[in-house]
Design a protein around this ligand. Structure first.
Ligand code: NCD
Length: 328
C-alpha cells in the first residue's frame, strides 16, 4: 500500500483509500514514537529516511506547520532544509517561483511549500512534474503546506486522524465548522475529506460575509452530503465535532470589516461545559476559544496539533518511498 497521488496540492488529490491508509500509518508512527520512552525498544522508522533531504519553503509565516514538518523529517532519520520568509514572490511573477522550485527541487528529495497566494501550490507542483520529464530529471514529490485562502490538505489529514482518535470513527458524524469559512483554508480541505465518509452531516456556522464558498457547497450537493448554514454558534454546539476557526485578518481588504467580525464567535466555558462535542481548532486561536475551555476533556485542539507530527511522518514516508521506487 501507499498513496495514489504524486503531489499533494489539494484534498481532492486524496482518495478515501489514501486517507484510510494515512490514518492507519499515522497510528503506527505514533506507536513507533512511543517506543522512544521505553528502554531498549528499537524504533522501526528511526532511520527510515536516512540520506533523504526535505526542502521546506515557507513564503508565509508558520510555526506549528513548519516545526512539525521539520520534526517529522528528522524523526524519520532524514534532514530538512528550512527557508522561511523567502523574498516575497507573487504569482504575477510566476516565472520566479517556478525557477526557484526547479533549482531547489534539484537539490532535495521532497519539497514542502507554504505560499501566500491561492494557486501557488499548483504552480510549484506543475513545475516539479515538468522536471520529472526533463533531461536528467527526477521525481520530487511536492506537498502543499497551505496556499493563500485556498487549501491546506495536510491539516485536513491530521484533522481526520484527530477525529478518528477522539471519537473512534470517521462515519456518521455531525460536524460543525464555525468561523471564517470563506477564507479558512483548513476547512476547505477538511470539508472535502469528510464528504468522502459515510453519513457525514455538516453545519456551517459563519457570519453572512464569511460563508463557505459555493464551490464546496456545490460539491456537497453533488455528492448528496447534507449541510445547513447558520449564523449563530448555538446549533453548532450539539454535534459530534465542533471545529472553530480564526477570522483570517490577512485576507480582508476592508480592515474595519475585519475589526467588526473578528470576535463574531467566541466559545466560552459556559457554552460548552455540558456539551460533549469534540472541540477542535487548527490554531493559532485569537480569542475564538476562551482559555477556560482548555481543561475540558473534549477540548482536543492541542492534541490535534500534536497529531501533526505522526501524520506528517506518515505522509512524508509514503511519498519518499514512492520516489525511491520511481527514481530507481
Ligand atoms: C492554519 C493555517 O495556516 O491555515 N494554521 C495551521 O496551519 N495550523 C490556520 C490559521 O492560520 O488560522
Amino acid at each position: 500500500m501507499g498513496v495514489s497521488f504524486s503531489h499533494l496540492v489539494s484534498a481532492s488529490d486524496i482518495t478515501r483509500q489514501d486517507a484510510d491508509f494515512l490514518v492507519e500509518f499515522a497510528t503506527e508512527m505514533d506507536q513507533d514514537l512511543a517506543k522512544r520512552r521505553v528502554d531498549g525498544e528499537v524504533r522501526k522508522y528511526k532511520h527510515a529516511l536516512e540520506d533523504e533531504i526535505m526542502g521546506l519553503l515557507f513564503y508565509q509565516p508558520s510555526t506549528r506547520t513548519s516545526v512539525s514538518f521539520e520534526a517529522a523529517s528528522k524523526r524519520l532519520g532524514g534532514s530538512a532544509i528550512v527557508r522561511e520568509g523567502v523574498a516575497f514572490s507573487s504569482i504575477s511573477k510566476g516565472e520566479t517561483l517556478q525557477d526557484t522550485i526547479r533549482v531547489v527541487g534539484g537539490m532535495v528529495d521532497g519539497l514542502i511549500m507554504r505560499h501566500p497566494d491561492a494557486g501557488g501550490a499548483k504552480i510549484a507542483a506543475d513545475r516539479l512534474e515538468k522536471y520529472r520529464t526533463e533531461r536528467k530529471g527526477k521525481y520530487v514529490p511536492f506537498i502543499n503546506a497551505g496556499d493563500g485562502n485556498n487549501e491546506h490538505p495536510t491539516q485536513a489529514l491530521l484533522d481526520l486522524y484527530t477525529i478518528k482518535s477522539e471519537t473512534g470513527t470517521l462515519d456518521n458524524l455531525n460536524v460543525a465548522l464555525a468561523g471564517d469559512l470563506l477564507n479558512g483554508r483548513t476547512v476547505h480541505s477538511l470539508v472535502q475529506l469528510l464528504s468522502q465518509r459515510d453519513g457525514t452531516r455538516f453545519t456551517f456556522a459563519a457570519p453572512d460575509q464569511l460563508r463557505m464558498p459555493e464551490k464546496f457547497t456545490t460539491m456537497l450537493r453533488e455528492r448528496g452530503v447534507p449541510y445547513e448554514e447558520v449564523s449563530s454558534l448555538t446549533p453548532a454546539l450539539k454535534g459530534d465535532i465542533l471545529y472553530m476557526t480564526r477570522v483570517q485578518g490577512e485576507h480582508f481588504k476592508d480592515k474595519e470589516e475585519y475589526e467588526r467580525l473578528k470576535h463574531y464567535f467566541e466559545l466560552s466555558y459556559e457554552m460548552v461545559e455540558d456539551e460533549d462535542a469534540v472541540i477542535m481548532h487548527p490554531l493559532p486561536r485569537v480569542g475564538e476559544i476562551h482559555e477556560t475551555v482548555d481543561p475540558l476533556w473534549n477540548a482536543a485542539y492541542f492534541r490535534q496539533a500534536d497529531n501533526g507530527l505522526p501524520m506528517r511522518m506518515a505522509l512524508i514516508h509514503a511519498m519518499i518511498e514512492k520516489a525511491r521506487i520511481i527514481n530507481r
